[in-house]
Structure formats: C-alpha cells, structure tokens
Design a protein around this ligand. Structure first.
Ligand code: IVH
Length: 680
C-alpha cells in the first residue's frame, strides 16, 4: 500500500507542475480531484505512511515574488467538492443530523476565476489580497483597483470595517480577444480564463492590468458587525453597497430544489459572460454555520458541486506540426472526428513537447478530448487499457516539417523553434501576413491566400517586395481580377501613411507586440534611433525588459533586416513618429472650407480637424455651395454624397489629402468625374 500511496503522490505532484508551472493541465479537474480524494482516503486509512510534503497537505499557493504579503484575518479555506448528486445528498443529511433543526441552503454559482479578499474601512477599499497559501496572500490592491466593477467607495449603510471575498474573472469575450492577440504575436496562449485572470492579477504593471478588463463577483461577507444574521441577506446588503453579487442565488429547503437549481444552471451557465464550474451550497443561517464549524481545510457548512466538463473518447491518428512566423513549432493532434459540446472536433492542441511526454502518447491511442473552459480542445488523458501492442510512441520531431532544418530549443522556453528564418516558407509567409494585418499595415485585399499565391509565383520574397508589386503582375495571376488588383494597389499606397508605431509593430520583431511597438516608437522617435539603441537605452523604456531588448538588438544586428528597412524607407513608409507630421504647418488650405465625412483608417476625425486648421483651412459641418471640398472617408452618408454630387463638390480621400499637405500642393477644386478620388 505504501507504493500505491507514493505513486499517487508522485502523479499528483506532476499534475500540479503541469497546471501551476506550465499552465497546461494534462488531466481534467475531475480526474485530478478523483485522484486527490483517493489519496486522502488512503492517507486517512494508513496514517503510518504520513508525509508532511504530500500533495494533500497543500492548500494551493499563488504567492509570487515582488508582492508584499499580508496575513488573512480569517484564513481563506477551500471548499469540499463533489461531482455527484449522491454526495450532495450526503452533505444535506450530515448537516440535518448535526443541526437537528430546520435549515436553509443558499445555492450559488461557483465562479471559475481566482479568489480575492478585499478589506473595506469606512467605506473605502484599503487592501486586496490573493488567497496565497490560505494563511497569507499577495497584496495586489493597485491591480484590483483597476477592476471597474469593484467599488472603491461604498454607498449606504455598511459596517465600519469588513472583508468581502469573491472571484476575479476574465470574461469569455475578453479572454477570446486576448488569446487571439497572443496568437497573432505567437505568444503562448492562456489555457483558460482562470489562468488568464490569475496571471493578470499578478502583473507588476497595473496599467497593463487595467487594459485586460477583469471583472469580479462577490459571494462571502466577513466581519464583526455584519448587517444580517444570514448569508443571503448579507449578500443582498453587499449588492446594495455597490458590489457585483450574482442574481443567480436561490434559497433551497429541500434536496429536490437544490437538484433543480443544479440542473438548470448546468445548461444555462453556457449563456453567462464568465466561466463557472459548479454550484456552491451554503447553510444560510450564520448561527448554524458557527454551530457546524470548520475542518482543518474547509467549512462543514458548505460544499461545491462541480459540473463535469464535457469530454469524448476518440482515436489519435497522427500528430502534425505547425510552424509559425517566429519559427515556433506547435504540435497538433489529428483525431477521428468526434462530437463535443455541440461541435465536431477533429484536431486538438498538444501545446508542446513536455505535454506530449507527460501524456505518454502513442499513435492510435484512444484519447480523451475536452473542451471544458478552454476554447481550443485539448487531450487530457490516454485510455491505456485500449492501447495496442507494438504501438509507436509519439516523439517530438527533430527537424522542421517545412524546410528540414534541425529544430532548436532556447533555454527557459518550452517551445522548439525552426532557426531557418531566411528560407522556411511558413516563416516568410507568416511575416508577410503579419505585416499586412489589420493592426499592422492594414493592407486591404492582401489576405493569406493572395500572399500564398504571390509567394508561389515568386512575386513576393519578403515584406519590402510588396511595394514593388505592379498591377500587371497582379492581374496576370490566376484568380485575381482587375478589381482585386486595384484594391490591393490602393491598400498598398494607403499603407505608406500608416503611423510609425504600427510600422514598428508590422516588422514582426520577436516579442514586440502592439503596445511594445508603441512604447519603442515613442521613446526613440525614428527608426535610425531605434536601430542604434543600446541594451541599456532599451531597458530604460517603460515595460521593456531584457528579453525584448535583446530581441530588438538581434533584429537590427541582421544586415538583411537593415536592408529591408532601407527599402521600406525608400518606398515612403513612415519611419518617424507621426506627431511630427501632425505638426506640419502651411497656408495651403487658406480660405478653404472643408467638410469631413465618413470613417477613416489613417488618422482620426479629430486629427484631420487639427490638420485642416494647422494648414489654414476651416472645418465646417454641412455641405453647401461654399464647401471647397469634402475630406471623404469610407461609408460617407448618402445625403451628403447626393448634395456633393448636385453641387459638383470634389471628394478627396485621406491619402490624397495627406499628400496634399505633405507636398504643399494646392488642391484642384474641379470635380472631373465625381468618383471618390483615387490616385490610381
Ligand atoms: S464560498 C469558506 N462561493 O471556489 C467558503 N466560493 O473551492 C468560501 N468560488 O476559494 C468560498 N464561487 O475561489 C464560494 N459562490 C462561491 C464561489 C466560490 C467560486 C471559489 C473560491 C473558493 C473556491 C473553493
């Protein structure tokens, strides 16, 4: 039995590591909890094998370096949990027997985020502390203050001092957008909103936290002078003081009512904006709670019922490997199609080589696929009983599947990389796709398929070649009509006005995402200054660490990149901070009355207003015979368009307008053919 206990301990330690360190859980919560329960039962049965370092002795721990710590006045305990209605019934019976009186249970949703304890004094938030090891946690007040739904000052009749506990969450929509952005940057994706929320709360820079749009729901009030004698009324009071307390709360007297609540929310929770993973049942009366008390780990007056994550068993046919624009290689499992949470799943992510190793995967294995809280399905376990003899173990590839180069693994990184950034096709195409993408140069019409076509036809080898494309080249290509070719040309020409910070982002320097690109552009102002920046100068910029600085230096140390930038400069891309351009002053628009209409992609409406005024013009609201011309964006209103047409007023698009003030060439007022002025 000692061996069995030891092996369970080792197995659970490994899963802890996968979950907390790699942020890539390799088994489901259900399986983890089942194994933990099994170990707890065995340890209780065989106390002679006690080990103070057993995984059962941990209450989890989210303590990080760099944060001050504070002791919890009331320890932050966990909840006993179960996946079976039978055990919920057992809990109900236990409580009934212990109290020997009538009682009410409050049913609530179990929010799947990261827990937080807030202290309020005289109606003001004074401290926010994470759970930590249950006894003490990290003080994350500055970060928590950025969460808009958390009140900093309370209304109404609140106790002078109290604590309130709740869950910090990243709503699904924010999580999806964040992961999409990380995918574009080829950064490791967050496995689920819970990891994303706890990671965000531990960021050292609270302005980054603020941008992540966290939310928080509260479910537990503690203190000496609480307003009511029962939990439900205390929550109502907290709601009235300004806290976000879920409305999905029900007082139940019978186990049937509890079961109805569970069944209803097991389905309905899919429509909620945030992740939930179960139901929490709490004895309502505080006096009865006190009566029941606590075990060393959890209250006897509450229990969590956890929903089963939907999973399916299917066959692993093969593993393929995707190479991204930075050369990172991601393994993907190809599966026999299987129905899961309403969709057919054929592929699942395997994250990285460590995960494949931890799963001990063989080809043709029957594997469990889960969607749970994640958007991308993942393999959580192998059904080893069904493994065929002489199967082939899945070994992470040694060479790039696209170009054959030997893969490398950098110290401290989980991913393998193809080092051949020069000729490996998906890396080249990936860089071009990134360059033209919406948040970078925003070149309309140049989608992934077209880039592939142009690359195959040897018209594009690198990002600078985009500016050498000719309409005739484009038209010559199969599948590309004259209209699309024209569209691409317009998009390319427009991109020459894209501000410097987006050009820096578009270059695709490793670890330089949108925000970092902006910081670099603002700090160094010109591409030449950025190119010459030293490690010290780079790390002196807010949010730039050693890793990013090193990557920027490496980028400019490569003569091919420098040559690329020289070419981009020669095509007229913005290689210095656009503020300089906004400072352009002239008299070229003197005496002209200009109407701004539609939506713009290079500058905002307000910026155009400023530009008009700085160059001597007057911005007017409505079209009349006195209007000199209309600065016309996309989707101009039909009324204005009609009026302009009737009065013969010229439409000038933003590219024309910017070139007008750059070259200081007075606009012609003649309206030749009444087309949204195109330069091509
Ligand atoms: S009550 C002593 N209520 O679940 C009881 N917890 O496994 C304190 N959680 O650490 C917790 N939703 O992070 C409570 N409605 C809810 C909850 C909830 C989510 C989390 C919380 C706690 C964990 C327990």
């Amino acid at each position: 039995m000692k061996d069995k206990i030891e092996s369970l301990r080792r197995e659970l330690e490994q899963h802890n590591y996968n979950y907390y360190v790699l942020s890539s859980p390799s088994i489901s919560d259900f399986e983890y909890d089942t194994k933990m329960h099994e170990l707890e039962a065995l340890e209780a049965q065989y106390p002679e094998f006690f080990d103070q370092d057993s995984p059962t002795s941990r209450v989890g721990n989210d303590l990080s370096e760099g944060f001050e710590q504070a002791a919890h006045i009331y320890p932050m305990l966990s909840l006993g949990n179960t996946y079976s209605l039978g055990e919920v019934q057992d809990f109900y019976e236990r409580v009934r027997k212990a109290l020997n009186d009538d009682f009410e249970l409050v049913c609530e949703l179990k929010y799947d985020g990261t827990s937080i304890s807030l202290t309020y004094e005289n109606g003001r938030l004074v401290r926010a502390v994470t759970r930590g090891d249950g006894e003490k946690g990290d003080v994350v007040t500055a970060n928590v203050k950025t969460i808009r739904s958390i009140p900093l000052r309370l209304h109404g009749n609140f106790p002078a001092q109290f604590e309130i506990r709740g869950e910090v969450l990243l709503p699904w929509a924010v999580f999806d957008a964040l992961n999409k952005e990380r995918e574009e940057q080829e950064e490791q994706l967050f496995a689920n909103p819970r990891n994303a929320a706890s990671g965000t709360l531990k960021l050292q820079n609270s302005s980054v936290v603020a941008k992540r749009k966290l939310d928080a729901y509260f479910y537990y009030l503690l203190g000496e002078n609480l307003p009511a004698e029962n939990h439900a009324e205390n929550l109502n009071a907290a709601r009235s003081w300004g806290f976000k307390v879920s409305e999905a709360i029900q007082i139940c007297k019978t186990i049937e009512e509890v079961s109805d609540f569970i069944n209803y929310w097991d389905n309905e929770r899919k429509n909620l904006p945030v992740a939930t993973d179960g139901i929490v049942l709490k004895v309502n009366s505080l006096a009865q709670q006190k009566n029941l008390g606590f075990t060393s780990k959890s209250p006897r007056w509450a229990i969590a019922y956890k929903f089963q994550a939907e999973k399916a068993l299917t066959k692993l046919n093969s593993v393929s490997y995707q190479v991204g624009r930075t050369g990172a290689v991601t393994p993907v499992a190809n599966l026999d199609p299987v129905q899961l949470s309403g969709t057919v799943v054929k592929r699942a992510t395997l994250h990285n080589a460590d995960i494949i190793e931890a799963l001990d995967l063989y080809l043709d294995d029957m594997v469990y696929v889960e969607k749970g809280g994640e958007i991308i399905p993942k393999i959580t376990a192998v059904e080893k009983n069904e493994r065929k003899a002489n199967g082939k173990k899945v070994e992470f590839i040694k060479n790039c599947p696209e170009c054959g180069a030997e893969l490398v693994r950098f110290e401290g990184e989980v991913a393998y990389f193809c080092p051949n950034d020069n000729t490996c096709p998906p890396q080249i195409k990936g860089r071009m796709e990134h360059f033209v993408s919406r948040k970078a140069m925003n070149i309309d019409g140049l989608g992934n398929e077209t880039i592939n076509l142009l690359y195959q036809n040897k018209l594009l080898h690198n990002i600078a070649d985009i500016y050498e494309l000719k309409i005739s080249d484009l038209i010559r290509l199969e599948r590309l009509g004259a209209k699309s070719a024209d569209n691409i040309q317009t998009g390319i020409e427009k991109s020459k006005n894209v501000p410097f910070e987006r050009v820096v982002f578009a270059l695709g320097i490793r670890f330089v995402g949108e925000t970092i690109a902006k910081k670099l552009a603002q700090a160094f102002k010109t591409i030449e200054a950025l190119e010459q920046a030293s490690q010290e100068e780079l790390v002196a910029v807010d949010e730039i660490g050693e890793r990013i600085a090193q990557s920027v230096i490496q980028y400019f140390a490569d003569s091919r990149n420098v040559e690329l930038i020289t070419r981009l400069k020669s095509y007229g891309l913005q290689m210095c901070l656009s503020d300089n351009k906004l400072e352009t002053k002239s008299t070229i628009l003197n005496d002209l009355s200009i109407v701004i209409s539609g939506t713009f992609s290079i500058h905002s409406r307000d910026e155009y207003k400023t530009l008009i005024e700085m160059n001597g013009g007057k911005n007017i609201g409505s079209v009349s015979a006195k209007t000199s011309f209309i600065l016309a964006g996309e989707n101009m209103g039909p009324e204005k368009l009609k009026k302009a047409k009737n009065l013969g007023i010229r439409l000038v698009n933003e590219v024309e307008f910017l070139s007008m003030i750059r070259t200081e060439k007075a606009p012609s007022m003649r309206n030749e053919n009444f087309q949204q002025g195109s330069l091509f």
